[in-house]
Design a protein around this ligand. Structure first.
Ligand code: AMP
Ligand code: MG
Length: 521
């Protein structure tokens, strides 16, 4: 197994002067060198061939003992020195101080075909940033992270990738619902891949300590290696950087709203500087369209991270990043201008995305009414988001309003909801929708193709992951393999997988692990 390794991060940025692996405050350093804990009996559950190949690894490599050892943390790849990142963050709106990679350990950077990647093990043992926790991860949450990151990638949503999923062979104690019922679960390790794992909170750490030297070093490093097209210098450089992070974050959120993904813990330490989805914890997928929904039971009271609030929270987080970068810029006005543009930019991008979901090719400003009325109607009853949009592409130009409605009837969870008033509301909506699609020159077939390219047929529904976890706990990974294959082509019909194009079964409605998740992982 041959990796083209680079160690830019650890070569160019300051390390913690201590290598003692106990929880502590780490000052004036971007990271701490730390070794993964040796797993007692590692075994490979799954690896992504595509991610491996992007790193220059073959299928043979994946099944090698070296792969097993390196990506379970059992041995260290020669020429590398693993490290955990320091960062801080705002959690649920409150300043949380130093956080850092409490159970993530970066192995190295890899360079392949003109691209650089950072490889990171999650769940490979304690670091100086572990605070009171153990540094490990359980199989349940590792499967959730492993599968979802890949599913998001194939949906076209910016995300970290998953290289491998391993069992450590060790047991990990977890209280799933934080209700005083801890139990042992299988320990697991995911190897994640991203350009870097630098977060908004990485900058907040130094700003909060008024450590201008390291704030500047980290910003300069990030721009040099990951935003190298920014050629201006001085204050302009940092502004261009912030502008780009804002744009990338906005684009990521629009994609989340498109596919119905709810992150669940949008703390600033979980916001990647690259605008990619990171840290798959208690995330979930909208089944019935409900902008108030969050899968995270830890956030049940205020629902800060509910589906409909994600765009606003991203902006809130960008304010924190702006505050952190301020000492490099010393002028609030241009930062405010970028932040102020977010709301109108988001509205524009959101409308454009929804017009695409509706198959509206020649776009009108008035479509906003159609979109807003639609989301209002979708909220009223329990209506499956994925099935609704996928089936909407079956509407034909000649259809009457009731025929159009019949194409999406299956998306309703309760037939009995369909009383006269509701039907009338929907017929009124289809009246406008039918009119709009009749105005367009594109054929029904063209529209259907375009709609099906943005409205997935298959997403990683919450109950599907839970079924997969239940099987995997018993050592049966066939469902994991099946879902992984299916989610590679979420927009294709894939008739062999038709059974997964179905509404959430009733048993999963309020089940722990399906609609209810906590941060325990
Ligand atoms: P999260 O909400 O998962 O993004 O985690 C927030 C912070 O807690 C990060 O600093 C994590 O590294 C840390 N953390 C979460 N779980 C563990 C764990 N089992 N052991 C050590 N640190 C953890
Ligand atoms: Mg995190």
């Amino acid at each position: 197994m041959k990796l083209h390794i680079k160690n830019n991060f650890t070569t160019e940025l300051p390390a913690d002067s201590s290598e003692i692996n106990i929880p502590r405050q780490v000052e004036q350093a971007c990271y701490s060198f730390v070794l993964p804990k040796k797993p007692s009996n590692p075994s490979l559950i799954h690896a992504s061939e595509e991610v491996a190949s992007s790193l220059g690894l073959s299928q043979e490599d994946i099944f090698s003992t070296e792969f097993l050892n390196i990506f379970s943390g059992n041995t260290i790849y020669s020429g590398t020195k693993p490290y955990a990142l320091g960062y801080a963050g705002h959690q649920f709106g409150n300043w949380a101080g130093q956080l850092g990679d409490g159970r993530a350990i970066n192995l190295t950077e890899v360079f392949h075909e003109n691209k650089s990647y950072t490889l990171q093990l999650k769940g490979a043992g304690p670091t100086p940033y572990s605070r009171t926790a153990d540094g490990f991860a359980v199989l349940r949450s590792s499967i959730r992270e492993y599968l979802c990151a890949e599913a998001m990638h194939y949906l076209g949503v910016p995300t970290t990738r998953s290289l491998s999923l391993m069992l450590s062979g060790d047991q990990v104690l977890r209280d799933v619902l934080y209700n005083g019922n801890p139990a042992y679960e299988k320990g697991a390790i995911v190897c994640r891949v991203a350009p870097s794992f630098i977060r908004f909170g990485s900058f907040e750490l130094f700003a909060s300590r008024e450590d201008l030297v390291n704030l500047r070093l980290l910003a300069d490093f990030t721009i040099k290696h990951h935003f190298h097209h920014i050629k201006v210098e001085g204050v302009e450089k940092y502004l261009a950087f912030f502008q780009e992070v804002t744009q990338n974050t906005l684009k990521m959120i629009v994609e989340w709203q498109r596919v119905g993904f709810v992150h669940g813990v949008m703390n600033t330490d979980n916001m990647s500087i690259h605008g990619i989805t990171i840290d798959y914890g208690p995330y979930g997928w909208l089944e019935d369209y409900n902008s108030n929904w969050t899968p995270n039971t830890t956030d049940n009271q205020h629902k800060r991270y509910r589906f409909g609030n994600q765009p606003e929270i991203a902006l809130w987080n960008l304010y924190q990043l702006a505050n952190a970068l301020y000492p490099l810029i010393n002028d609030a006005k241009p930062l405010e201008a970028i932040l102020n543009a977010y709301a109108s930019d988001y509205e524009k991008e959101y409308l454009n995305m929804m017009q695409n979901k509706l198959g509206l090719q020649d776009k009108l400003d008035d479509d906003l009414f159609l979109v807003n009325r639609l989301t209002e109607l979708l909220e009223k009853e329990e209506i499956d988001m994925t099935i609704f949009f996928r089936n909407l592409s079956n509407v034909n130009k000649e259809n009457s309003v009731s025929e159009s409605f019949d194409t999406i009837r299956d998306a309703f969870y309760n037939e009995k909801d369909l009383n006269e008033t509701i039907l009338k509301d929907w017929y009124d909506w289809f009246e406008i929708y039918n009119f709009r699609i009749n105005e367009q020159t594109q054929s029904d077939l063209d529209r259907k193709d375009k709609m099906n390219a943005v409205n997935p047929k298959y997403v990683l529904r919450n109950y599907m992951t839970q079924l997969c976890i239940d099987d995997a706990d018993k050592g049966d990974y066939s469902l994991l393999n099946e879902l992984f294959e299916m989610l590679k082509k979420p927009y294709d019909e894939q008739l062999d997988f038709q059974k997964w194009f179905a509404k959430r079964p009733d048993w999963a409605r309020d089940k722990v692990g399906c609609s209810m998740l906590s941060c325990s992982s």
